[in-house]
Design a protein around this ligand. Structure first.
Ligand code: ES4
Ligand code: ZN
Length: 326
């Protein structure tokens, strides 16, 4: 398929990627052995066959379990390095990577363990092939706002390495308004803001992310389609949506890729982008997500060009840096 080959080699940007969700079963098993951690899997095949999800929570349970093998600086380095090698392979020239500090601090692993590991891998990729990379610190919304505030305070020594804060984990029952104060504090510290909203949760949570958290982008946002007033607002405001096609079908947000609304949203004039979310759990990296759209939707070359252009424009790159690519 010509279109697939063409998009594969095109310079691209990724804006919605959880580094803990790029932990491949091979590295998971290696690190479990290294640290003598018992996992409920006998081998790599068993890990892969466990990745059959009914909804977001059934995925999150295995995602937090998998992350429990990440213990020392070198583990976080290896995790980040493996993902950055995929960026090179997929020609992802700029990436904004989310990490979940609380997934690690709750286990007694602090910023001084994971941040040096992440930074060493990023510096190496930047030196070796000019990889451009920014970090987004994401709060777990199933925990309290107080815990998010403590996380923001614990990140003080690394604020210069962090471009934005985000909000992820179980959406239903944890509306954006729960995190109004911590997002306000982050804004005052000069951090940009993104939040998962309208993945499993209602369109109202997208309004909440915009109005209460003052976000620059919405992660997912596909449920915006249920609210015509919100759609009109998103067309007008051009708030980017970081849509994740393979994630949405794996987590049954859409039963089949043919039913995905990304093309509808794009044709309506929303600022839509394509992203991988948790590639090792959802069956593919960024090129695989573009390929899935090509395989299952009536998508044309001009749509793909728009999607790629949108992700450059929706990024937190400086204007000068954007101009290098557009
Ligand atoms: C996530 Cl797909 C998704 N949704 C919400 N939180 C997450 N954390 C990692 N992946
Ligand atoms: Zn996500």
């Amino acid at each position: 398929n010509e279109l697939k080959k063409w998009v594969s080699v095109l310079p691209k940007v990724e804006l919605h990627l959880h580094i803990e969700g790029s932990l491949e079963p091979e590295l998971m098993m290696t690190l479990a052995k290294k640290h003598q951690i018992k996992l409920p899997y006998a081998n790599i095949e068993e890990v892969k066959s466990a990745y059959n999800f009914d909804n977001l929570q059934s995925f999150l349970d295995l995602y937090y379990l998998g992350a429990s093998v990440l213990k020392d600086e070198d583990d976080f380095y290896q995790l980040m390095w493996n993902y950055l090698l995929k960026c090179k392979e997929d020609n992802v020239v700029h990436v904004e990577i989310m990490f979940d500090p609380q997934t690690h601090t709750e286990r007694g692993i602090g910023f001084d363990v994971f941040m040096p590991g992440f930074k060493r891998a990023i510096q190496q990729a930047q030196q070796q092939w000019g990889q451009s990379c920014l970090l987004i610190m994401s709060f777990l919304r199933h925990l309290t706002e107080q815990s998010a505030i403590e996380t923001l305070q614990a990140s003080t020594a690394y604020l210069k390495d962090i471009i934005a804060v985000g909000l992820d984990s179980g959406e239903l029952g944890n509306p954006p308004e729960k995190f109004t104060q911590v997002f306000k504090m982050a804004k005052e510290l000069g951090l940009k803001r993104v939040a998962h909203a309208g993945e499993e949760g209602p369109a109202d949570y997208i309004w909440g992310a915009i109005n209460a958290l003052d976000v620059h982008r919405i992660d997912h946002g596909v449920r915006s389609i249920d609210d015509p007033q919100l759609i009109a607002h998103l067309i007008d405001s051009q708030h980017p949506l970081t849509v994740c096609p393979l994630s949405n079908t794996k987590l049954k947000v859409f039963d089949h890729m043919q039913e995905h609304n990304i093309l509808t949203l794009l044709d309506l004039g929303l600022m839509v982008t394509v992203n991988a979310d948790d590639p090792s759990y959802f069956g593919g990296y960024l090129n695989d997500n573009y390929h899935a759209l090509i395989d299952h939707l009536p998508i044309e070359k001009h749509h793909l060009e728009q999607l790629v252009k949108n992700s450059f424009n929706a990024s937190f790159m400086t204007t000068e840096h954007k101009q290098k690519w557009l």
